[in-house]
Design a protein around this ligand. Structure first.
Ligand code: FDA
Length: 392
């Protein structure tokens, strides 16, 4: 049987970072993946430009049943460490917005960088290789692979979450965790568009393609970013962000004119230019199609001078505090990440090793640590992968 010091399951962001670090420490490392290529999610990330980190990444940007778990790893491997690696490989990048760093060119440059680093560290990469089973044997593990069994002292599970099954996502990491008695925080799709029930969808369908700057809130959590009406419901960064916090049956409130007191603005316009149509005035605050739709839905005709305070207040509240209940989300088919995963109570926060199973590690998205949209999820993958790489 082939023997390795370390076997890493999953050649995604976290797995490759761990393999590099373990290889650099002189460990004999095998990394396997059932996909045809390594880092497929990196390739499609950030619209093909990979939002590879966020300069402001901090524990507050992550969701977990134990919000303190990620502190140690994020402190030990920071955005600056990954930026140094990117610079070492001469990859050009820029900050797009809100601390989000993207490649100027292509996300493939990040994959090439990781593959180069793995090759330099002597890591063996085996693609199109299925995981058929894992067993604890003596001091280590035996992994049944479609290419045959391999033995290792340390086994690292980096198989990601359930998001986008078409790209090779499976729940195998959760199965392995359960097999070894680790608890799972119920996974659910996150960073995902929200959907409406049929009647609302039909009513809002003329708005498909309209985007607005919005403050989107669920309970006390708020995000100010773009929001997009789609033929299924709502999408755009602010909706993806809030989807990680929203739960079935809950309300969402949207301010589609942040910082503008729409009621006061409409009243002032009525006093100054009463002969203008309400939808024309409103169209200077929100996109014209949206203004038209709001006025139509409220069945308002005539000039703004004909509108009472009550009517203007109603219109203003639709713009400044539109409240609705989504029926659900688009699910794992389009979710960028999976919330939940391996319960961090069972893991050591410095090394990512299972507390109850020496030599077994969980890193990246399979763990119950989920970042906001904006490069945070890759930073968690790099940081947790790096930490395990120092320990295996
Ligand atoms: P990842 O999913 O990357 O890797 C897991 C690997 O395990 C895969 O290669 C898979 O093939 C393999 N695997 C799974 N099951 C297996 C099995 N049974 N046998 C063998 N191999 C198996 N984040 C961010 O910070 N910035 C961004 O720009 C984006 N953009 C983005 C766009 C889209 C469309 C998606 C879907 C996601 C993002 N993300 C993102 C999220 C980011 O891609 C994600 O958080 C990381 O890839 C997680 O890294 P992991 O290594 O944990 O899992």
């Amino acid at each position: 049987m082939e023997k390795f010091d370390v076997v890493v399951l999953g050649a995604g962001a976290a797995g490759m970072m761990c393999a590099i670090e373990a290889g650099k420490r002189g460990r004999k490392v095998l990394i396997v993946d059932h996909a045809k290529a390594a880092g497929e999610k990196i390739r499609i990330s950030g619209g093909g430009r990979c939002n590879f980190t966020n300069v402001g990444a901090a524990p507050a940007n992550f969701l977990s049943a134990n919000p303190k778990f990620c502190v140690s790893a994020l402190r030990r491997y920071r955005p600056a460490n990954f930026i140094d690696l990117v610079k070492k490989h001469g990859i050009a990048f820029h900050e797009k917005t809100l601390g989000q760093l993207f490649c100027d060119g292509s996300s493939k440059e990040i994959i090439a960088m990781l593959l180069d680093e793995m090759a330099d560290a002597g890591v063996v990469l085996r693609l199109e290789t299925a995981i058929q089973g894992v067993d604890q044997r003596g001091e280590g593990f035996v992994v049944e692979l479609s290419s045959g069994p391999v033995a290792c002292a340390s086994l690292v599970v980096a198989t990601g979450g359930k998001s986008i099954p078409k790209m090779g996502a499976t729940g195998v990491g959760y199965d392995i965790a359960r097999q070894f008695g680790l608890a799972i925080i119920e996974p659910r799709p996150a960073l995902v568009p929200l959907t409406f029930e049929a009647r609302t969808l039909e009513r809002l369908s003329p708005l498909s393609g309209v985007s607005v700057d919005a403050v989107v809130a669920s309970g006390k959590t708020k995000f100010r970013e773009g929001m997009l009406f789609t033929h299924r419901g709502l999408s755009g960064p602010s909706i993806l962000q809030i989807s990680s916090y929203w739960r079935e049956g809950g309300e969402i409130t949207v301010d589609m004119a942040p910082g503008v007191d729409v009621f006061a603005t409409l009243k002032a316009e009525r006093a100054a230019n009463g002969r203008r149509a309400l939808h024309t005035v409103l169209g200077e605050i929100v996109p014209k199609r949206l203004a038209q739709k709001i006025v139509e839905d409220e069945a308002i005709t005539g000039n703004i001078a004909d509108c009472s305070d009550k009517v203007l207040a109603r219109v203003a509240s639709v713009v400044n505090a539109w409240t609705f209940k989504p029926v659900g989300s688009e699910g794992y088919r389009t979710a960028e990440v999976t919330l939940g995963g391996v319960d961090t109570d069972g893991l050591d926060s410095r090394s990512m090793e299972a507390k109850s199973v020496a030599g077994l590690y969980f890193i990246g998205e399979v763990v119950d640590v989920t970042g906001w949209l904006g490069g945070y999820n890759f930073q968690w993958a790099w940081a947790s992968g790096w930490c395990a790489g120092q320990a295996v």
